[in-house]
Structures are given as structure tokens and as C-alpha cells.
Write a protein that binds this ligand. Structure first.
Ligand code: AKG
Length: 361
């Protein structure tokens, strides 16, 4: 952990760069040609109408048990084929979702010196940040962010949450409660859809001792969006992600059959995606899928990634019910603490981390 003491280079806020009015982006944000986004829809019109599945959760109860079979089938298919889906009628009040997003937008529009009071370090990443990973000389992403913990309670520290804007901490707290509830219900649905008892997946996460954290991503306008990425390709290292985005500003792209599909968010939907820990626990029946974020020159974009994670110090390995002689365990056990150190050191790197866990056979 000693390596995680400080950033390897002085931190530059992307928002300050963007607001300085520069016409071309500094070299350290220019991605290699192979990683640059294609922003020209004419180049790939086949993707224009494609979207990740949208699933209606009307009637989802606390025990996750009463969705129609057709909805369970849609979820199961989405987790196998896309690793991503959007949920609507999920029970979180649309007005509250808007309030949370706008509260965070106000945070990012505070004067820089107020935000700097929360500047983070790579030791825990909590607070206001502008890079993931500590590789010296790395090509950086065009975004700033704020990262904080909800659970376990031993990690929850209000002093590390922003105080201005007014009522920010209360709003963040309430949002955490709502999303823990929704995440718990979706965990039950996923467990049932894998053919397991409703609590099986949650128990594999450590029961009530699971973790939850939030990363709010802020993507300022970028004068050369064709050269940069807001967030490089990665799969989420944790369990389950519930993402709230700006629905008027597209940006999230999901890899499907070697193409990048731009997600069209439904108003007041949450985008749900499978993280690496569920891929491991489900023995790859459910997939964590690479995604990335493109930026644009006209509009800033904000997204809130809520990460529902296993307890950080228990071994995570394929659940025995999903292992057979035909399908042996694909991954060696590893704790989430060990696993996420990779991303804390190296930053987003496609699916290289989970691929390194493959059991030798
Ligand atoms: O901004 C987005 O749409 C995606 C964010 C994301 O992938 C992340 O926070 O891990």
C-alpha cells in the first residue's frame, strides 16, 4: 500500500483546463489512435438504433420474488449477453434523482478553492480527484470525479463528503439509503435468475457486511473530443453498478461483439451493470463488460456510479452450485481488497484484471 502515497505528477483539474478556453488539448490527454472514439455516426450507421435492454421493474418487491417470468428472462439474457441493462419503474422517485444530480452539478461548479479542500490522494481515493491509477506518464482521461464510501459504516466519514452546496450531505446520505435498497433487491433478482436461492448472491458478498461507494464523474466540455476519452475502457471491479447519468447527454459506450454501442439512457432510468465480482461468483454465466465514456465539445456531462460490492476481505470465487465437471471453476479465489488494488495502481485497463484471475487448467 506504500506505493499509494501520492500522485506521481502535479494534479491538473480537467475542468480548469476546459474553462481556460484552450483550443487543443494537452498531449497527455491524447489517446493512441487505436483507442480513440469514432464520433462520426455515418461511419457506423448500424449502431444508431441499437441500445442496451430496457427492463420495467414495476412490482419489484423486497424479496425480489414477484417479477413476471418474462421480466426475469429479460434480465437473465441481458446479464449473459450484454452485462448491462437499464431499469425503469425501479421505485426511486424521479424528482429525487434530479435533485441528487443537480446537487452534484452545483458541487462541480463551486469555486475551485472550495473543491480543493476535498482533494484526494491515491491512498483511499476518497474526495475530489482527477485521475485513476498512479502510473507516471500515463495518458489521462478527460474527467474529474468525487469518490466516497457509504458502507461499511467503519469507512463512512462525513468529513470526507462535500459540505457545500447546502444540504449536500443529507442528499448524498438519502441517495445511499435508496440505492442500497434497490441494489439489494436487484441482487435477489440476479440470484433467483441464476437458479439460486434469493439470498445466495448476497451471502456470497458477505451478507449484511457488503460495501457500497459512490463515484460522481464530471466530464467537462472537450475542444477535441475525437482525440480523448472521458473514461478509458474498463470493466467495473466490484459487484453491481447502478449508474445515473445525464439523459440528455450521451457518453457511455458499451462493447458488444467488438463494436462500441452508445447507450441511449431512458429518462429516470438506472443503468445496471455486472461487475467483475459477479462474473467470478457466477462462474462467468453473467458477464462484466467493457465500457468507456466519450466526451463532446458542446456539453458537460455528469454521471453517478453507485458500486454495490462484496465485503472486502473474504475470498470471492465461483459459487459451488455453478461449478460442475462440465464447467469447472474458471477463477482462483481473491479478496476484493486484493483485486481493487490493481485498478488503484494502474487505472482503467479494459478486462486485463479479470483475465489475470483465470484458473490454470
Ligand atoms: O459516466 C458514465 O456513463 C460511466 C461511468 C463509469 O463507467 C464508471 O464510473 O465506472
Amino acid at each position: 500500500m506504500n506505493k499509494l502515497h501520492d500522485w506521481p505528477e502535479p494534479v491538473i483539474r480537467v475542468q480548469s483546463l476546459s474553462e481556460s478556453g484552450l483550443k487543443s488539448i494537452p498531449e497527455r490527454y491524447i489517446k493512441p489512435a487505436t483507442d480513440r472514439p469514432s464520433l462520426n455516426v455515418e461511419e457506423d450507421p448500424s449502431n444508431m438504433d441499437v441500445n442496451i435492454p430496457i427492463i420495467d421493474l414495476t412490482g419489484l418487491s423486497e424479496d425480489g420474488n414477484n417479477l413476471p417470468q418474462s421480466t426475469m428472462d429479460q434480465i437473465s439474457l441481458a446479464c449473459r449477453e450484454w452485462g448491462f441493462f437499464q431499469v425503469v419503474n425501479h421505485g426511486v422517485c424521479p424528482g429525487f434523482m434530479d435533485q441528487v444530480r443537480e446537487t452534484w452539478r452545483s458541487f462541480f461548479h463551486l469555486p475551485m478553492e472550495m473543491k480543493q479542500a476535498y482533494a484526494n490522494s491515491p491512498k483511499t481515493y476518497e474526495g475530489y480527484g482527477s485521475r485513476l491509477g498512479i502510473e507516471k506518464g500515463a495518458i489521462l482521461d478527460w474527467s474529474d470525479y468525487y469518490y466516497l464510501h457509504y458502507l461499511p459504516l467503519t469507512l463512512k466519514d462525513y468529513n470526507k463528503w462535500p459540505a457545500p452546496p447546502d444540504s449536500c450531505r443529507e442528499v448524498i446520505d438519502e441517495y445511499g439509503k435508496e440505492l442500497v435498497k434497490l441494489g439489494g433487491r436487484i441482487m435477489k433478482v440476479l440470484s433467483i435468475s441464476l437458479g439460486l436461492k434469493e439470498d445466495r448472491l448476497q451471502n456470497a458478498f458477505g451478507g449484511d457486511n457488503f460495501g457500497a461507494c459512490l463515484r460522481v464523474n464530471f466530464y467537462p466540455k472537450c475542444p477535441q473530443p475525437e482525440l480523448a476519452l472521458g473514461l478509458s475502457s474498463h470493466s467495473d471491479p466490484g459487484g453491481l453498478t447502478l449508474l445515473l447519468t445525464d439523459h440528455q447527454v450521451p457518453g457511455l459506450q458499451v462493447r458488444k461483439d467488438d463494436k462500441w454501442i452508445t447507450v441511449k439512457p431512458a429518462p429516470h432510468a438506472f443503468i445496471v451493470n455486472i461487475g467483475d465480482q459477479i462474473q467470478v461468483l457466477s462462474n462467468a454465466n453473467y458477464k462484466s463488460v467493457e465500457h468507456r465514456v466519450i466526451v463532446n465539445s458542446d456539453m458537460e456531462r455528469l454521471s453517478l456510479g453507485f458500486f454495490y460490492n462484496p465485503k472486502s476481505d473474504i475470498p470471492i470465487q465461483p459459487m459451488e452450485e455453478l461449478v460442475s465437471t462440465d464447467k469447472p471453476a474458471l477463477y482462483s479465489p481473491m479478496t476484493f481488497d486484493e483485486y481493487r488494488l490493481f485498478i488503484r495502481l494502474r487505472g482503467p485497463k479494459g478486462k486485463s484484471q479479470i483475465e489475470s484471475l483465470h484458473s490454470p487448467r
